[in-house]
Design a protein around this ligand. Structure first.
Ligand SMILES: Cc1cc2nc3c(=O)[nH]c(=O)nc-3n(C[C@H](O)[C@H](O)[C@H](O)COP(=O)(O)OP(=O)(O)OC[C@H]3O[C@@H](n4cnc5c(N)ncnc54)[C@H](O)[C@@H]3O)c2cc1C
Length: 434
């Protein structure tokens, strides 16, 4: 059952009236898995966006259903920017808080929750609660990264960062192997607020791990003339991928992935170059193509994202993927900074790897199980907003604060009203299958 709650009282009614399979908040459904699904239960969306900003302090409050795009269209003309943005502008503020999302600036600015000053939540008693990191730290940090299982967020208040242009200066560097990729990434992180590496998984032998490293900063006033000259944010409509593409043979498949990787690598100039780049092109490139998932055909793809303490653990995963014939169309590596206090937060110090692999790859499940073992043995974890297939014991080892989180959530929701397919599959609330 879907509930479109236009007022907080309707959210309260949905929570109090929840039956056996419970209730769950859904944002824009941009998580790559079953986190925002609740088969047989209720799903609550909040379609009325409200966004306010205090122009003096730059502190903003947004309703949970407001998207990053809607928030940016209010902030940018005021010369402000969200403290963290995921790789899609379509994610909602509720979804960003519930997954404690990270962005290309994690090494410097941490995750979304670290910029929040308050959350308004409807808990499992149906009570409207004001949560903040000082007065209610346990409830607050169980909700940040809590995947919607502590309650339904009505709104969030967060600090924003000042910007003086709506463009960024982005420097792109091509690297010859994995060591060079890591070195360029470290340099980009030292010199830039935003840094990320794309890795060419088609390259083997001495070129294994080669890639393209980008470092970016918001242009400052002196450079503003190179930007659009106006502080505005209008990302435009995406180019749609027609439905017929999704019904035909997959355009992204192992053979085409190898070509795509090579082309992408060689399109970048050999020498580092700096180019003024729009917010959309730098932060949300995939949103430029509407329904890009159709390119993977009927069977789709799996996204796997991990964080591990050392670069060797990233290489071990890349090697395991390669050995399993699981070529990734889009492979991203980035170093995370320190972890937020969120009990189920994903980012922690180390190296994150994200890969997109077509589901049609033979024995993919066994290959991803192998990746899980590498990650667990290394002391790492995989991202709960992206996993669709890991095991209950693996999650227990990846998230050592799961017990602490359960105790905090049990207080907010003693009757277990908040449920999701993800929570049932991984026994998040109970420790076992439900
Ligand atoms: C192209 C693309 C790029 C991405 N890049 C990144 C990235 O760089 N970094 C990153 O961290 N993530 C990234 N993601 C993942 C995405 O940002 C997260 O999954 C985010 O949670 C999606 O927000 P949503 O509004 O779509 O939430 P949904 O997918 O609808 O929900 C996600 C979770 O949030 C909960 N939730 C949503 N709204 C509320 C609410 N009001 N109250 C309580 N809980 C709520 C849901 O119950 C669910 O558990 C990316 C996803 C895509 C598709």
């Amino acid at each position: 059952m879907r509930v479109e709650a236009r007022r907080p009282v309707e959210v309260v009614e949905a929570v109090v009236g929840a039956a056996g399979r419970g209730v769950l908040a859904r944002g824009a459904g941009r998580s790559y898995n079953d986190a925002a699904q609740n088969g047989g239960g209720a799903l609550v969306t909040q379609p009325e966006p409200t966004i306010t900003i205090d122009p003096t302090t730059g502190r903003a409050t947004a309703s949970a259903g407001a998207t990053i795009e809607q928030v940016l269209s209010v902030l940018v003309p005021h010369g402000r920017f969200v403290p963290v943005t995921p790789g899609t502008r379509l994610a909602t503020i509720g979804g960003c808080v519930a997954a404690d999302v990270h962005g290309k600036n994690h090494h410097r600015d941490g995750s979304w929750g670290e910029h929040l000053t308050a959350i308004e939540l409807v808990d499992g008693h149906g009570d409207r609660r004001h949560l903040d990191p000082v007065a209610t730290p346990s409830e607050f940090w169980a909700t940040v990264g809590g995947m919607g299982l502590s309650g339904i967020i009505l709104s969030a208040t967060f600090d924003t960062i000042p910007i003086r242009s709506d463009q960024l200066a982005v420097t792109t560097t091509r690297t010859g192997d994995f060591d060079a990729t890591l070195a360029a990434l470290a340099e980009a992180e030292d010199g830039h607020r935003y840094a990320v590496a794309w890795v060419d998984t088609s390259a083997t032998g001495s070129r294994r791990g080669r890639g393209v490293v980008s470092g970016g900063d918001h242009l400052d006033a002196a450079d503003a003339a190179r930007g659009s000259g106006e502080m505005a944010y209008a990302p435009g409509s995406p180019i749609p991928v027609p439905p017929t593409v999704g019904r035909g043979p997959a355009l992204i498949r192992p053979a085409t992935i190898r070509w795509f990787n090579r082309l992408w690598y060689h399109k970048v100039p050999r020498r580092a170059t700096e180019v003024p780049t729009s917010i959309g092109a730098f932060f949300h490139p995939l949103d430029g193509l509407g329904r890009w998932n159709r390119l993977y055909g009927r069977r789709g793809f799996v996204q796997y994202q991990s964080v591990v303490p050392a670069p060797d653990d990233v290489l071990a995963q890349l090697d395991a993927l390669s050995a399993g014939g699981a070529t990734s169309a889009l492979t991203v590596v980035k170093r995370f900074g320190s972890a937020s206090p969120a009990m189920l937060g994903f980012p922690c110090p180390g190296w994150t790897l994200a890969v997109d692999v077509p589901t049609a790859v033979p024995r993919l499940a066994a290959t991803l199980d192998r990746l899980d073992r590498i990650v667990v043995e290394a002391g790492g974890r995989i991202y709960l907003a992206k996993d669709g297939r890991t095991s209950i014991p693996a999650v227990a080892r990846m998230y050592p604060r799961l017990g602490e989180w359960r105790r905090a959530v049990d207080k907010l929701d003693p009757q277990g009203r908040f449920q999701s397919d993800l929570a049932r599959r991984l026994g998040l609330r109970t420790g076992g299958p439900t």
